[in-house]
Write a protein that binds this ligand. Sequence first.
Ligand code: ATP
Ligand code: MG
Length: 429
Amino acid sequence: MKTSQFFLHTFRESPADAQIISHQLMIRSGMIYPTYSGIYSWMPLGLRVFSKIEAIIAAEQDKIGCNRILMPTIQPASLWIESGRYDCYGKEMLRFKDRHERDMLYGPTHEEVITDIARYFIKSYKQLPVIFYQISSKFRDEIRPRFGVMRGREFCMKDGYSFDIDQEGAQNSYKKIFFSYLRTFKTMGLTVIPVRANTGAIGGNLSHEFHVVAQTGESEIFYDAAYDSVDPAALTFEELEQIYTAADERHDPATCGVPAERIVKSMGIEVGHIFYFGTKYSKSMNFSVIGKDGAPFPPEMGSYGIGVSRLVAAIIEANNDKDGIIWPDAVAPFKIAIITTNQQDTRGAALAESLYSKLLAANVDVLLDDRNERAGVKFSDIDLIGIPYQIIIGTKAVEYGQFELKIRRTNIRQDLSFDEVLNKFSAGG
Ligand code: ATP
Ligand code: MG
């Protein structure tokens, strides 16, 4: 992509209501546009990051055998009346009537819709276990939408649902998802802490929230300092459960069993949340399957959410400096930006064009900044939008064949030849 074609619009200032750095940087870099309170449009730069996050999540879900589907965002109230949640869900649910005066809603979550699907397709224990997931919009009429896409009213979630024969099977599905989430967040360059949580409105008995530790997080989390020195992916679920962690509503210093001086308290951004809730929905919605012994029984269920749009903001909270965003390679909108310092110099422009087409041919995500702008403007824009690697093509390149590579995160600069640049990045380095 070339900046002469790419719809890139950056701003020097951020709006007064943007209180946290990710919101400021997303607005300043033109990633999103606030269409309405808590309702955002994703602009080309933002959507590229969003799509990479979505792809990482989907790839990991597919790898562990989850089945991707797409459910409607608009749901009939009748399903929620069946499950018993219609009256207790409260004002976060956007309710309306269709032209026939039937009660409808914009889905805040999809347990009812998936249970209705499952009872249509699944008749026998032989069809279990199965896990479905989708990546789509939710609407929750948050009382205080804020911090941009961090707490929107319309937002994107990966939501998954598991169906198992018995408790043991359901707990295996839960653990499988638990570890897949650790891998998913790690691939995005994020360190997360899974903490034990209460089950709340969804109901049930086992739940974890996944938090990115950040000053600007809205939740308090508590954990044993011992957690900081373990690699959760290297432990079993049971070993991890020995180390105390708790979401705020669950933490009780009196009963936690860890000495106060060992408890770490931090603010966290909740980027994922998983629940095992047994037969709550299968029972209330009359979903049963035929067991081995010929008798019908209600399947055991769990649900598993990742905040796709919130993740974009959370990654920025964890990766920025005074000049802007610093994307981890895996989610960067472009991996490399080629910047001509003087686009009018046809020799430099030609070198840039040639490097650009060779990198494109090698399947590298590259942005060519071919704007007729001052070099300083280009440098600050490319820093702001957080491209991890910059190749600067100026006089040195034209005269001596030296292409300056700047690494955004470390600010380390290095002169490379044309071929060295090509080899370095074509090899995926
Ligand atoms: P929170 O406590 O932040 O309000 P929640 O517990 O209500 O979130 P869940 O029902 O657990 O949310 O939804 C799964 C995931 O969806 C959350 O972990 C979060 O990452 C994301 N999410 C929830 N609400 C929002 C929102 N209003 N805007 C953006 N992402 C959200
Ligand atoms: Mg939650």
